[in-house]
Design a protein around this ligand. Structure first.
Ligand SMILES: Cc1cc2nc3c(=O)[nH]c(=O)nc-3n(C[C@H](O)[C@H](O)[C@H](O)COP(=O)(O)OP(=O)(O)OC[C@H]3O[C@@H](n4cnc5c(N)ncnc54)[C@H](O)[C@@H]3O)c2cc1C
Ligand code: FES
Length: 357
């Protein structure tokens, strides 16, 4: 069937079945049979450390592949509510025929990560979005690449490392990873194996818990040839701040590429009074403004607006602000215009705000 005819049939079917999209009907027959939605079936589950689960996903035909370092948005239904979170494929860059490998670290009070660590099983179907993000390897990496990761931040840089190894990269690769302990390194055996097989890979593992915690210091990079190096960094805020500061001091800032998994919201200015009421107009719920992001305040008020990355990159939490003033925590900018689309996860109310949730 030609692409035009199949797309026409899709439109006709879609129109005929409005208001229920075709995919809502198809999923009753088989959740992996989709017209437009991208989904994936979990075909493999490994729990290689106490806090992680590694999932192999087989995507539906809509999948377009990923570049090393990008992320996908995965959605899953928990107690009848669909939740979305970002995860970075850890497998080497792949095309539309490739499976996807995600390694998810369960946080102590993490809602979705704990759910997946505990319940993911072969045959489970999850929603996906196409890969996105520009934390990626350059087309032609130079002669020297340094990866620095902490905890769950290993996934995008492991994808880069695996991609370089698969392409027979001849330059030098330094892989510095911080974990709580040796048992906490999700890909411990594979990393050691890669280092044994590739003389151009220098693997450095540091453990941050136990008798002598070994957090990042400049000494960890002192003997690394950083001349012309591209440096890729992903990990918790404390590690990222320390490495960033080091790179700025060493004149390496312009070659540092970073990806954060969480948003660090600047502390609320104690001299700035927090006032006003947040009115969620569609649900007719109000809350006294407590200074946190509108997404956090909506959730505390018992609402479940759609969200994904919770840090201003995926736009899934975008809603219309009907009135009032909001502050973007990433830029510090104030917005007083009515009827504006804003991202709930990176905006705080300044006084009374009406928001279409
Ligand atoms: C671009 C991108 C790529 C990502 N890739 C991965 C990945 O490959 N593997 C992976 O495990 N996670 C990854 N994450 C993080 C992931 O999307 C979730 O944020 C994480 O799994 C926590 O979700 P949750 O629902 O369990 O926690 P929530 O219920 O949303 O949060 C619970 C608590 O945990 C804290 N928290 C959430 N995430 C973190 C974190 N990363 N570190 C420390 N504290 C945290 C929150 O501040 C909160 O206090 C990525 C995030 C982004 C933005
Ligand atoms: S949840 Fe991703 S931009 Fe707000």
């Amino acid at each position: 069937m030609s692409t035009r005819i199949s797309s026409l049939m899709g439109s006709v079917l879609q129109a005929a079945l409005t208001p229920h999209p075709v995919d809502r009907y198809l999923e009753l027959v088989d959740p992996m049979m989709t017209w437009r939605d991208l989904r994936a079936e979990i075909i493999g589950v490994r729990r290689s450390t106490e806090r992680t689960v590694t999932l192999t996903l087989r995507p539906t035909r809509q999948w377009k592949g990923h570049k090393a370092g990008q992320y996908v948005q995965l959605s899953t239904v928990i107690d009848g509510v669909r939740h979305m979170r970002c995860f970075s494929p850890a497998n080497a860059a792949g095309d539309r025929h490739d499976d996807i490998e995600l390694t998810i670290t369960a946080h102590d009070d993490g809602f979705v990560s704990r759910h997946l660590r505990e319940t993911a099983h072969p045959g489970m179907v999850v929603g996906l979005d196409q890969a996105a993000g520009d934390f990626t390897l350059p087309e032609n990496p130079g002669r020297n690449v340094v990866f620095i990761s902490g905890g769950s931040g290993i996934t995008p840089v492991l994808s880069m490392l695996r991609t370089l190894v698969a392409s027979n990269y001849r330059g030098s690769m330094t892989f510095v990873h911080y974990a709580r302990s040796a048992d906490d390194v999700a890909y411990h055996a594979e990393l050691q194996n890669l280092a044994a097989l590739n003389p151009n890979l220098d693997l450095r593992l540091h453990y941050t818990r136990g008798a002598s915690p070994d957090h990042f210091t400049a000494a960890h990079l002192a003997d690394v040839d950083t001349a012309d190096a591209d440096i890729f960094l992903c990990g918790p805020a404390s590690l990222m701040d320390a490495v960033r500061e080091h790179c700025e001091g060493a004149g390496l800032a312009d070659r540092l590429h970073t990806e954060a998994f969480t948003l660090t919201v600047p502390a609320v200015d104690p001299n700035q009074p927090i006032t006003g009421t947040v009115s969620f107009t569609e649900s007719k719920v109000t809350a006294e403004n407590d200074g946190r992001t509108i997404l956090d305040q909506a959730e505390s008020a018992g609402l479940s607006p759609e969200s994904g990355c919770r840090m201003g990159i995926c736009f899934s939490c975008t809603k219309v602000k009907k009135s009032g003033c909001t502050r973007n925590v990433l830029t510090g900018e104030l917005d007083t215009e009515a009827d504006q689309h804003i991202q709930l996860c990176v905006n705080t109310p300044v006084g009374d705000v009406e928001i279409e949730v």
